[in-house]
Design a protein around this ligand. Sequence first.
Ligand code: NAD
Ligand code: AKB
Length: 312
Amino acid sequence: MKKDKILVIGACGQIGVELTLALRKMYGDANVLASDLREEHELLKGTGPYVSLDVMNKEMLHVLVIRHNITQIYLLAAILSATGEKNPLLAWHINMQSLLNVLDIAKEENLDKIYWPSSIAVFGPNSPMQETPQHTIIEPTTIYGISKFAGERWCEYYHHRYGVDVRSLRYPGLISYKSAPGGGTTDYAVEIFHEAKENKSYTSFLSENTYLPMMYMPDAIRATIELMEANAADVTIRSAYNLSAMSFSPKEIAAEIKKHIPAFTISYEPDYRQQIADGWPNSMDDSLARQDWKWHPEYDLEKMTADMLKNI
Ligand code: NAD
Ligand code: AKB
């Protein structure tokens, strides 16, 4: 077991639950302190320490870090793309201030490592849509994307200016069955499985040929841990790495589900989230992640669909 003491902020969200459980396996249950605004998630209960925390309260966060001898923070609290468009100023405030609180405490307390996720949402309609490169035009049009892009700049700044070892990934849309997604544009690719099993039909809020980069949660958790375990010298990107596994449209995922549930049907009623999706890449070039810390995804659409339908 390692001696690190880890704080996970936003531990009850879609990623937080699975990441906390994975970190507890690696570092020992008692060494991973889960925290969130929400009540403790059912799957976390009894698996390790939990505290109620509002990351916006910097003083409380600072006290918690000192009191628990925290050496690493995983900051997952955020307002996602679809929810963000409903209250842009709130999304900006929460997404930026939470990161600044964590980065500043990391600097003051000389913490070992910080993890904070970015997103494919940093890209906008002027970025190349296919195999979007790591370094390219970045002009996000959602407040979520703007906050992620600004966050990336802050991460790089704290690394170069103060030596904070902060690491980040531009996650694609994440698909999982353990904890529900929290207000994103890619959430359709989770909802569709639940509806397929329960009702054998789904109405997609994105149009049939909207391609987006996606990833199954086990790959996302492994990527996160592999990045955090990599030698600092190998982490050449201190903003956020492009990360990729698969790309599909609502029509294609529906066809894959139909192989398992022949009666399944899909219809399309695009809403405000269509415009958000239209500005995002269709697929991502993650060659730097593959080169620097040997990233390789395990799940494609076929394997992910079979596993989702078996487990939900
Ligand atoms: P989520 O919405 O499911 O979970 C976020 C958690 O943060 C929630 O449990 C929420 O209660 C908590 N939280 C919100 N405000 C808080 C506060 N003030 N103090 C403490 N906790 C607070 O989000 P997620 O999908 O797990 O995403 C985690 C991170 O990964 C976010 O930064 C998100 O932008 C990023 N990301 C997610 C995806 C995805 O598809 N899920 C893709 C790209 C990037
Ligand atoms: C969202 O749709 O907002 C997230 C993301 C891709 O960042 N899933």
